[in-house]
Design a binder for this molecule. Sequence first.
Ligand SMILES: Cc1ncc(COP(=O)(O)O)c(C=O)c1O
Length: 369
Amino acid sequence: MNKKISFAGPSITDKEITYVMDAVKTGWYENYEGYIKKLEKSFADYLGVKYAVATFCCTHALHLAAASLGLKPGDEVIVTDFSWVATSYAVAYTGATCVFADVDPDTWNIDPDCIRKAITPKTKAIMLVHTFGHPAEMDKIMQIARDYELFVIEDAAPAVGAEYKGQLVGSFGDVSCFSFQGGKMAVSGEGGILLTDSEEIYEKAILLANMGRTDSQAVFWSDFIGYEYVMSNLTASLALAQLERVDELMEKKRKIFDWYFDRLHKIDGIKIVREKPGCKSNYCYPSILLEKSVRTPRDDVVAGLRLENIHARPTFPQMSRFPVFEQRFENPVTQFVAQQGISLPSAANLEEEDIDFVCKNIIRLIGRE
Ligand SMILES: Cc1ncc(COP(=O)(O)O)c(C=O)c1O
C-alpha cells in the first residue's frame, strides 16, 4: 500500500513539546490557569481585540457567542447553508431559528445578496463562516449589519491567520470563534476560543462558560444555568505553541495550495477554489469543484482516491436539508457544491511529491489524462 496521504494533521515541533511538558510539570497549584491566560491574551493581542475566552471546543465558543448576544426562541439568525453543522447547532441551542442563506460559487462563503433576501423583522444576527479559511465578504456583511442593526458572529473555526483587506478575520464582528480541533491548521486536540471587543459579551460568556457562577453568595453558588465549557491548562499550552507558529503553519498551507493550483487549474472540468483579490486565505482545506462536464460521480472520485490511500473528503451536505431544520430557500449553489465539491488532503506532513500523486490520481479518475 502507498504511504497514507492524510486529509489533515498538525506540525508538532520542540516548541509544542516544551510547552506541553512544562504544563504537565508546573501547570498546577498557583499556575493552574497560566497557559489559559497566556493563550487568551496572546490571541486577543494577535487579533487586536480586548477579550478572549478559551473553551473546550469551538462549538462551545459559538454557543457562548450566540447565548451572550441574548439570542432566544422567536429570533432568527441568518446562517450559511454550507458549513459543518456546529455553526447552525450553536444557534439552535439557544432556541433561535436558523435561516439558511446560499453561498458565493467562487469562495463557498455566505453570499451577501442572499443575506439581504433572508432578512425579516425577526432577524437578530448574521452568523457567517470563513469557509475552509477563505475570508467572507466582510465589507458587505458589516454594511448589512449596520443597515438592519444586526449582530455579527464570525465562525472563523478554520481561518486563523486569514485576512480580508489586510485585516485578520475574527476582528470584524461583535464576536468571533476559532477552533483548535485536531484537523485544523493550529491544533490542541480539541479546543476553541471566543474573541470580542465587547466587555458585556465577554462578561456573559465567562459566566456561561463557568456554570453561571457569580460567586455572589458562595464559591459554588450558581445564579443561572451555565455550562462547563472551559479549556484545560494542558490543552492551552499546546494551543499557545501553535498560535505562536501561525505564520509558519499558514505558509505551509499556502504552499500546498500552490502545488495543487499549478497542477489542477488548467484541467478541464475542475474548478479550484481560490482566494479573491484583497483576501488572504489560510487554505486550511484546499478544495475543488467537479463541474457538470465531469462524468465520474464525486463520491466515486473520493472512493477511488481512498484505494490509493489518499484521504480526501466530500464537502459538507446542505444543512438546511437536515430533518431538524426548516428549509426556507432552495440555495442552488450550496446544493451543487454539496454534491460536487471535494476537499483535498493538506496535512502539514505532505510534500510536493504527495500532492503530485494526489493530482495525478484525480486527473485519472475524472478521465482527463
Ligand atoms: C466552520 C466550523 N465551525 C465550527 C466548527 C466546530 O469546531 P470544534 O470541532 O472545535 O467544536 C468547525 C469544526 O470543524 C468548523 O469547521
